[in-house]
Design a binder for this molecule. Sequence first.
Ligand code: SAM
Length: 246
Amino acid sequence: MSDQIRIILVGTTHTGNIGSVARAMKTMGLSALYLVAPKELPDGQAYALSAGASDILANAKVFDTLQDAISDCGLVVGSSARSRTLSWPMLEPRECGIKAVQEAATQPVALVFGRESSGLSNEELQLCNYHVCIPANPEYSSLNLAMAVQIITYEVRMARLQQASQPQAVEEAAYPSSEQMHSFYQHLEQTLNDTGFIIKQHPGVVMTKLKRLFTRARPEEAEYNILRGILTSVQRYGRKAQGDKE
Ligand SMILES: C[S@@+](CC[C@H](N)C(=O)[O-])C[C@H]1O[C@@H](n2cnc3c(N)ncnc32)[C@H](O)[C@@H]1O
């Protein structure tokens, strides 16, 4: 079983659901389960519902924040039943399976699922490269958490089987990790504060819109390095101009 594609559950309330997710994962050949701030850690109820997948529960990793759980990932897909006010790059479940399998060849991939009551927050969804929505009945579109995991992991399984039967040499670009993008956004915000483009007390939605722009463009590692270099040169120029004035 591969650990390169991880399933992340954020803020799960019912431990039984964590057990059912472990079972769903194991049937589809996945083993890496990450829990972000679960209400409770896996208990007897979780183990009962995991059936024979108790190894997945026993090895589950627990994190305080989603950012911590995805820091080393090059591809992060957030699963959501709701369309949000801020549109984001979307994948169909089938595309999600194919992309996850392709990119897992070169970097860790995270598939993220939200709370039973409220799903993923907007801030958590903005940490994702893509969102995936299972096209359910529009009048009743919210699946049980473990069933949503089952459907998405089934697509991962299908993509894997397809790849195994028709191996193709895919040249995957290297993308910056989630942690690198997080540090890029901090660098960008700092630079825009320094130049006065963003007023610290009234930042508005500039950073949210810029994050959406860079998520859509999805810079590759080499492009990411150029962007960091540009920001550093702007900051250096600003410091020099400041020094010349004094
Ligand atoms: C019970 S649902 C949460 C429903 C919550 N009321 C909401 O509005 O997001 C728990 C999780 O299952 C996943 N999920 C459920 N239905 C889905 C769907 N149709 N498409 C994609 N993900 C879904 C999402 O990750 C969601 O956060």
